[in-house]
Design a protein around this ligand. Structure first.
Ligand SMILES: [Zn+2]
Length: 711
C-alpha cells in the first residue's frame, strides 16, 4: 500500500472536520461581530479635549423621544401631527437664531441659515404593487432649513437631506423616522457651531411632514419649493427596524458612492442595492419622489435590524439599540461635510438618474468602489487565471487505464455534481418547509427569532446536498474542487457581463478557491486527497462573506415574511434563502462528500437528517409561544393592507366637503371593496381606535386633507 493511502486514512472525515472546526466557528463569529459593530454612543454636546461641538447620541434620542412619546402618533391630519410640525419649526427657528448669533460673534464668517415652513396642495400618481393610484393633498406642510455661505453661487448646487416627521398608524415612529429627524437637527447644530466651517455648496434639510401617506411631503417639496431646482443630490434617512448599523441600500451614482466612501463606518454593498432595486422588498421611500421629480441621484439609507418592530406600537426609543443614532449621524455628518466642501461632486451631478454601474462593498477595513467596466476586466482576468490553474493542476484520472477522461469531461462531471448538490440542498430545505407548513400545520414557527430558521432549514439543506451526491456516482475530489473554482470564476465573469454588480460575491469567493487549488499542487502529491490547508484557504472567504450575506438577508426577509400576509409562502421563501446562501457559504461540502468513501457518506447523511427531525419536533412545539408573540407585535398584514388602511383612515379623518363628488364616489367604492375582504377585520380595530383619536383631535387650526383614488 502506498504512503498516500496511509496519509488519507490518518486524516479520516471526523478528524479532518475537527481540524477545520475552529474555522467554522470563528469565521461566522467574526463576520457577526463586524456586521453588527456600532460606535460608542456620545453624550456630551462638546468634546472636552478639543472644545469642538460633536454629534451626541443622547441629544438625538431626546429629540426622538419627544416626538414619538411626548407628542405621540403623528399620523397625517391629527393634532399630534400638527404638534410635530410645530415642534420641528420651533427647533429650526431656534437653530437659525443660534446661527445668526454665531455669525455676529465672528464677522466675516460666510454662513447663512434660512428657514421655510412650506404649505401647499397638490396631486400625484403613485404606483404601488401593480396598482396605479392618484393622490390629492391639501394644506400639507414641510419645514426646510438651508445652510449656505449666503452667496447665489453657494446656493446654486445643493445637497438635500431628508427625513419625515409623520408616523404611520399604529406606530409612535421613534426609529421611523423621529430618529432621523433628530440626526438632522443634530447635524445642523454641529455644523453651525463648528468654528470657521463655511459650506462651499448649500445643504438643504427637509423635514417632510407626510411620508407615510404615500410620500406627499417629498412630492410637495420636489414640485413646489423654490430651492428644489438647486438640488443636485439627495440623501434619504429612514428606518425599517431599530438595531444595527444604518444600511446603504440605494446608491444611484458613482459620485455619490465615492462620497459615501468618506464616511467613518460604511455599511452597504452593491448586493443590498440590487436586491432592493429588484422590487422584491415591496417597500419604497421618499427617494422615489426625488428621483422622479428632481431627477437627482443620491443615497438612500435605513436602520434595518430587528425589523419586527417596524410600523408597530413598539417602535419606541427604548428599543433603539445604543450606537444606532451615533452611527447614522456620524456617517451623515461626514457626507454633508464632504458634499458641501470645495471637493464636492455636486456641480457635476447634472446628468440625473441613469442605471448605476458601480460595484461597492466593504472588506478588509476598506470600502471598495470600482466601475462595472473595471469589474469586467478584473473578473475576466480572474477567469483566465482560474482556467490556467485548473489546466496546470489537472491530473488525468487513472492514466494507466484507457478510460481516463479529458479535462473538459472531468470538469463537466464536477459541475454536474455541484449543480445536483445545490438542487439537493434546495429540495432538502423545501421538503422541511412543506412538512412544517402543509402537513404539520406549523408554518412560520421560526418567525420570531431571525436566525432560528438556520437551525430548522440548515441541517435539512446540508442533508439534501450530501444525499444528492449518493446519486451522482464517483467523481474525484480534486475534480469537484477545480470545477468549483471554474464555476465561481465563470459566474463572476458571466453575471458581470450582463451588468449584475452582485457578481462580486463570486469573484471574492472564486479567487481564494483558485489559490487553494494552486496551493494544493505544492503541498500534496498528485492523486492524493486535497490538503486540508486548501480546504481552510478555500473556505475562509465564502464562509465569512456568506455569513454576512446570510445575516443581512435574514435580518430583512424574515420579518418581511410576516408582513407579506398569510397567502405568501413564507416557509418556502426562507427555506430557499437558507439553502442558496448556505450553498454559497459552504461550497466545499460537495468536494468533501467525494473525499470520503460512499458508505461513510451514506452514514454521514443520517446525521443532518436526525438533527432536522429533532429541530422539526422542537419548532413544532414552539409554535404556540411564537403565535402569542406574533400577536403582541401587532403586525400589519401586508403593505397593501397598510395602504388600504391608510385610505380608509383618510376618508374618516377628513371633512368630506373638501372632496369633489367624483372623489367621494371613488372613496365609497374603495370602502365597499374593503368591507368585502375578511382580511380587513384586524385592521378595522386599529382603524377605529385611530379614527376616534383623530376625530377627537381634529381642529380647525390644522386640517390638511388627502384623497386617493385607485385605477
Ligand atoms: Zn419611514
Amino acid at each position: 500500500m502506498s504512503s498516500t493511502r496511509v496519509v488519507s486514512s490518518r486524516w479520516g472525515p471526523v478528524r479532518s472536520l475537527l481540524v477545520l472546526a475552529p474555522l467554522f466557528v470563528l469565521g461566522p463569529f467574526l463576520a457577526y461581530k463586524s456586521q453588527y459593530a456600532l460606535p460608542e454612543p456620545v453624550i456630551d454636546l462638546v468634546n472636552n479635549d478639543t472644545s469642538l461641538p460633536q454629534i451626541s447620541e443622547a441629544q438625538i434620542l431626546s429629540h426622538a423621544k419627544y416626538l414619538s412619546e411626548d407628542i405621540g402618533y403623528r399620523t397625517v391630519g391629527t393634532l399630534e401631527h400638527a404638534l410635530g410640525d410645530l415642534w420641528v419649526h420651533m427647533h429650526a427657528l431656534e437653530l437659525q437664531s443660534k446661527c445668526e448669533e454665531v455669525v455676529k460673534a465672528s464677522p466675516g464668517r460666510k454662513l447663512e441659515c434660512e428657514v421655510w415652513r412650506q404649505v401647499g396642495d397638490g396631486n400625484h400618481r403613485f404606483d404601488i404593487m401593480g396598482k396605479r393610484l392618484y393622490k390629492t393633498y391639501k394644506g400639507l406642510t414641510n419645514i426646510i432649513v438651508r445652510i449656505s455661505d449666503g452667496t447665489p453661487e453657494g446656493k446654486e448646487n445643493a445637497v438635500l437631506v431628508n427625513s419625515h416627521v409623520d408616523s404611520t398608524l399604529p406606530s409612535p415612529g421613534a426609529a421611523d423616522d423621529a430618529l432621523s429627524v433628530g440626526v438632522m437637527l443634530e447635524c445642523i447644530r454641529v455644523l453651525v457651531h463648528t468654528p470657521d466651517w463655511e459650506p462651499t455648496h448649500a445643504i438643504i434639510f427637509l423635514f417632510n411632514n407626510a411620508e407615510e401617506s404615500l410620500q406627499d411631503g417629498s412630492h410637495l417639496y420636489s414640485t413646489q419649493h423654490p430651492t428644489a431646482k438647486t438640488v443636485r443630490a439627495a440623501i434619504n434617512l429612514e428606518a425599517a427596524g431599530t438595531t444595527g448599523p444604518e444600511l446603504l441600500f440605494q446608491a444611484t451614482s458613482e459620485q455619490m458612492i465615492q462620497a459615501y466612501s468618506k464616511v467613518p463606518r460604511p455599511f452597504g454593498t452593491v448586493v443590498a442595492n440590487e436586491i432592493f432595486s429588484s422590487g422584491i422588498m415591496m417597500s419604497d421611500t421618499d427617494f422615489r419622489q426625488f428621483e422622479l421629480y428632481l431627477n437627482v441621484t443620491g443615497l438612500d439609507m435605513a436602520v434595518v435590524g430587528n425589523s419586527y418592530l417596524y410600523h408597530t406600537r413598539l417602535d419606541l426609543v427604548e428599543n433603539i439599540e445604543p450606537g444606532v443614532a451615533q452611527h447614522m449621524a456620524d456617517n451623515t455628518l461626514a457626507l454633508l461635510l464632504y458634499l458641501s466642501s470645495a471637493e464636492s461632486p455636486l456641480p457635476s451631478l447634472t446628468e440625473g438618474y441613469s442605471k448605476p454601474a458601480t460595484v461597492f462593498f466593504h472588506a478588509l477595513s476598506h470600502f471598495w468602489v470600482y466601475s462595472f467596466q473595471t469589474a469586467k476586466v478584473l473578473y475576466g482576468a480572474s477567469l483566465v487565471f482560474t482556467i490556467i490553474v485548473v489546466r496546470a493542476t489537472f491530473v488525468p484520472p487513472a492514466p494507466a487505464l484507457r478510460q481516463g477522461r479529458g479535462i473538459i469531461s472531468e470538469n463537466l462531471r464536477g459541475v454536474f455534481a455541484l449543480s445536483v448538490g445545490i438542487l439537493g440542498a434546495l429540495i432538502g430545505a423545501n421538503v422541511v418547509a412543506f412538512v412544517m407548513r402543509s402537513v404539520l400545520n406549523k408554518g412560520m414557527s421560526w418567525f420570531s427569532v431571525e436566525f432560528s430558521c438556520l437551525a430548522l432549514f440548515g441541517p435539512a439543506a446540508l442533508g439534501g446536498a450530501l444525499a444528492s451526491q449518493l446519486l451522482v456516482g464517483n467523481v474525484r475530489e480534486q475534480t469537484i474542487f477545480s470545477s468549483l473554482t471554474i464555476l465561481h470564476a465563470f459566474l463572476a465573469s458571466g453575471l458581470q457581463l450582463i451588468n449584475v454588480g452582485s457578481s462580486v460575491v463570486f469573484f471574492l469567493s472564486g479567487l481564494p478557491l483558485t489559490l487553494a487549488l494552486l496551493l494544493n499542487s505544492f503541498v500534496s502529491k498528485p492523486g492524493d486527497d486535497m490538503s486540508l490547508l486548501s480546504y481552510a484557504l478555500g473556505q475562509l472567504v465564502p464562509l465569512t462573506t456568506g455569513a454576512q450575506i446570510v445575516y443581512q438577508v435574514l435580518d430583512v426577509f424574515v420579518p418581511l415574511t410576516g408582513r407579506m400576509g398569510e397567502q405568501a409562502p413564507g416557509d418556502h421563501i426562507v427555506a430557499t434563502i437558507v439553502a442558496i446562501t448556505g450553498a454559497y457559504a459552504l461550497p466545499l461540502v460537495i468536494p468533501f462528500a467525494h473525499r470520503i468513501p460512499r458508505r461513510v457518506l451514506a452514514r454521514a447523511v443520517l446525521f443532518p437528517t436526525m438533527v432536522t427531525a429533532v429541530a422539526m419536533a422542537i419548532f413544532a412545539m414552539l409554535r404556540s409561544n411564537i403565535c402569542t408573540s406574533l400577536l403582541r407585535m401587532v403586525h400589519l398584514r401586508s403593505t397593501f393592507l397598510h395602504m388600504k388602511l391608510l385610505k380608509s383612515s383618510v376618508c374618516l379623518i377628513h371633512p368630506l366637503q373638501s372632496l369633489s363628488p367624483w372623489m367621494i364616489g371613488m372613496a365609497i367604492g374603495i370602502s365597499c371593496i374593503h368591507f368585502r375582504r375578511s382580511s380587513l377585520r384586524t385592521s378595522w380595530i386599529f382603524l377605529s381606535i385611530q379614527s376616534l383619536q383623530a376625530l377627537r383631535n381634529t381642529t380647525s387650526v390644522y386640517q390638511p386633507s388627502m384623497t386617493l383614488s385607485i385605477q
